[in-house]
Design a binder for this molecule. Structure first.
Ligand code: PLP
Length: 514
């Protein structure tokens, strides 16, 4: 096993931190994101060696290239991986489904975890990692006042909150507080979050908007006194461990398609519905490790900063976030994109100099914050286009794609709206290939959520089909049963930081008595 350390994307010095520090602090002190000091390169024969491994075995192999065994031993890592994926309903964890055999189209179903969205793949693992590190730090300390504990605080418009709750429920020395806007998340998402019985889980329904919730969380993070007292932590999408856990399914699905095609030289592209760029960034790491994927294709909704960057080289936020049918991808700026920019700058502008790349990134990110715009040199955009391509899909095309796939598949397959953005993109690329006479490309589109989580949009698309019935065709017993469970909700009647702080302190006091 390798020795691996981490650095910040904004650091102009060679300061290394451990995997544990990168995971437990999340964001670097200089505001940058943690990246591994080196991307491990796999030996030439890795395909024949890894092709038949189970998801868990692959996860272990990949992760052990990024975590020094002096930090987490082999058997400990194996145990963490096994426990993290034992909560998935599918034996394969992330199964691959044939969408259209004749065209070489595959779907990678990432929604078989506890909250039915792809974020579970990462957050089940992150929850166990937090617990592992805290357990070690607290070994032998009985006095609760002396034990190190963390208070995770987050805001959600849906998917992240429930996946974080299911990742952290019941974990010792961890408390979780998730804020969401009252009446503005889907019923199933609210049921998922509020029916969890573990005493360390707290859901705060805030009378306000998602932006209000996010602002309160930011203010709480900036509140030094509160922070020192309660050790406030985040599990947002910039945490390195989330990216790491997601690398596995790129390898896993690649091997499944090689086997399905009976061709180890098949040319495979990944299409990824993208928002904060965390999911597809894991594909970039897989590619740099040596996975011979042909291209990674970014599929955005109308919040299209990534698509505009690839087409113009301008990384700029424009106006306000647009509320679309794929809400988990409604972002102005993609926080994880900073990591890709660092590699592009280092390899194309600073001659491989890590510290100089950090300096440039720091300048760019300051500029992005003040002027909302960074223009990358042509060398950087050209390099981005070697690994990536992109498309932008609007709400109308999202609906049309859900309809088209439902009609065209023998089992009337129902896409969730995020996955539909991905499939719409795939269809456009397949059409382009046909025009250009390209016939040998295979496509794996990442399916990021179960359709039942987004009933409103799915019904909008499918209710015109006479035989369609949401309750029979989309819902399942597990999700149906949520509606009958008791909900635990703390109502915060005003979007106000002090009221949220007070509620958190009261709940923490109750927890420590329990
Ligand atoms: C979070 C999420 C995405 C976007 O993933 P990023 O890593 O932010 O690019 C897409 N679909 C669903 C259902 C999600 O929950």
């Amino acid at each position: 096993m390798s020795s691996q350390s981490y650095r910040s994307t904004r650091s102009a010095a060679d300061q290394a931190v451990s995997f544990e520090e990168a995971v437990m602090t999340g964001l670097a002190r200089d505001g940058g994101l943690f990246i591994p000091s080196q991307i491990p390169k796999l030996p030439e024969d890795f395909i024949s060696k890894w092709k038949d491994l189970s998801f868990q075995e692959l996860a272990y192999e990949i992760m052990s290239h990024y975590i020094s065994s002096s930090e987490i031993s082999g058997p400990e890592l194996k145990d963490l991986v096994d426990r993290s994926y034992s909560t998935f309903r599918a034996k394969d964890v992330t199964p691959v489904k044939v969408l259209d055999e004749s065209k070489g189209l595959y779907l990678l179903e990432l929604f078989h975890g506890p909250t039915y969205a792809f974020k579970d793949v990462a957050l089940q693992f992150v929850g166990n990692l937090f617990e592992f590190f805290l357990k070690r730090r607290n070994a032998g300390i009985e006095d609760p006042a002396k034990r190190e504990n963390i208070t995770v605080v987050g805001a959600t418009s849906g998917d992240t909150g429930s996946a974080a709750i299911y990742g952290l429920r019941g974990k010792k020395d961890v408390s979780v507080f998730i804020l969401y806007p009252t009446g503005r998340i889907s019923p199933i998402q609210e049921q998922q979050m509020t029916t969890v019985e573990d005493p360390n889980v707290h859901t705060l329904s805030v009378n306000g908007t998602f932006d209000n919730c996010q602002d309160i969380v930011k203010m709480i993070f900036g509140d030094k006194e509160f922070n020192e007292k309660h050790h406030v932590a985040a599990v947002n999408s910039i945490n390195w461990a989330r990216i790491l856990a997601q690398i596995t399914y790129y390898f896993y699905s690649y091997f499944q398609v090689l086997k399905a095609e009976n061709n180890d030289a098949a040319k495979i592209r990944f299409v990824v519905p993208s928002g904060n760029f965390g999911d597809i960034l894991a594909g970039y790491y897989a590619k740099k490790m040596g996975l011979p994927a042909d291209k990674l294709i970014i599929a955005t909704n109308e919040n299209d900063i990534l698509d505009r960057f690839l087409k113009t080289g301008r990384y700029e936020s424009s106006g306000d976030v647009k509320a679309t049918f794929s809400p988990a991808m409604d972002i102005l700026i993609s926080s994880n994109f900073e990591r890709l920019l660092w590699y592009l700058v280092r390899d194309n502008m600073t001659n491989g100099d890590d510290a100089k790349a950090g300096e440039t990134l720091n300048e760019w990110m300051v500029q992005l914050k003040t002027t909302h715009s960074v223009v990358a040199p042509e060398s950087v955009t050209a390099a981005a286009r070697v690994d990536f391509d992109s498309e932008r899909v609007d709400d109308e095309a999202t609906i049309q794609t859900i309809k088209a796939v439902y009609s065209a598949t023998p089992d009337n397959y129902v896409l969730d709206p995020h996955t539909a953005v991905g499939i719409a993109t795939t269809f456009r690329f397949v059409a382009k290939d046909k025009q250009e006479g390209v016939t040998d490309l295979k496509y794996i589109t990442l399916s990021t959520a179960h359709p039942a989580k987004f009933s409103e949009v799915v019904n909008k698309a499918l209710l015109s089909f006479p035989e369609y019935c949401f309750d029979d065709d989309v819902l399942n017993d597990d999700l149906r049963s949520l509606a009958t469970k008791e909900k635990r909700i703390l109502l915060i009647d005003e979007a106000c930081k002090e009221k949220v702080k007070k509620a958190i302190e009261e709940e923490l006091a109750k927890e420590s008595k329990a």
